[in-house]
Design a protein around this ligand. Structure first.
Ligand code: SAH
Length: 216
């Protein structure tokens, strides 16, 4: 086994130990080479269970948090998923292994471009579309979504995203102050009018900046 494969195995053991139970999620985490999504000088750290800088003041999410959010979204292999905050494209690649189509929005042009390149190199673009824009407004033309995953923390769940969630769908998002304590929330749309919120874990994310997020 090469160094990367054994480090990836250690990462999987950590995920299981921390409570990730979905076989499909663990399999996707085992398949996607995280080293493809981290800057070259940090490749040695690709399988440490932590966030890493990717440029523009942004980070690639910690593997455990990616797994936790993905598991909470309760995805099916035909799901249409909206992701807000493409970042490195790592979580986008994980999602692409599990669902029908991933629509991912990133507000930083440069990050969207390099994420698209990495996803192309890994062969993940068949069922992924990346767009540049304000993800707090969602993608009304593609709605409704079976799941919405937001990889940046906002003051509250954006109304536009709530509205674009299909009945029965789930929205996973960190909510809290821009630099202080945040809680990972899972919102289940039970029917047209009823939303139920579950709090999953305390987390630390970069701010969600946009019309229905923080105003920078
Ligand atoms: N899931 C990513 C981590 C992303 S970090 C990964 O695995 O690498 C959060 C990302 O959200 C950053 O790239 C940031 O630029 C982006 N972001 C913040 N506010 C946004 C908004 N309103 N719309 C789209 N992207 C946003």
């Amino acid at each position: 086994m090469d160094g990367e494969a054994s480090r990836r195995n250690e990462m999987l053991s950590t995920l299981k130990r921390r409570g990730i139970a979905s076989a499909a999620v663990l399999e996707a985490m085992a398949e996607v080479p995280r080293e493809l999504f981290v800057p070259a000088h940090l490749v040695e750290l690709a399988y440490e269970d932590g966030a890493l800088p990717i440029g523009d003041g942004q980070t690639i999410s910690q593997p455990y948090i990616v797994a936790l959010m993905t598991e909470a979204a309760d995805l099916g292999h035909r799901s249409r998923v909206l992701e807000v905050g493409t970042g490195s494209g790592y979580s986008t690649a994980i999602l692409s292994r599990l669902v029908g189509h991933v629509f991912s929005i990133e507000r930083h042009d440069a990050l969207a471009i390099s994420a698209r390149e990495r996803l192309a190199r890994g062969g993940y673009l068949d069922n992924v579309s990346i767009s540049v824009g304000d993800g707090t407004l969602g993608l009304p033309e593609e709605a409704p979504f079976d799941a919405i995953i937001i990889a940046a923390a906002g003051p509250r769940v954006p109304e536009a995203l709530r509205a674009q969630l299909a009945p029965g769908g789930r929205l996973v998002m960190p909510v809290g102050s821009a630099s202080g304590p945040q809680q990972l929330n899972c919102i289940v749309r039970e029917d047209d009018e009823t939303y139920r919120t579950e709090v999953l874990a305390p987390v630390s994310f970069v701010p969600l900046i946009g019309a229905q997020g923080w105003r920078r």
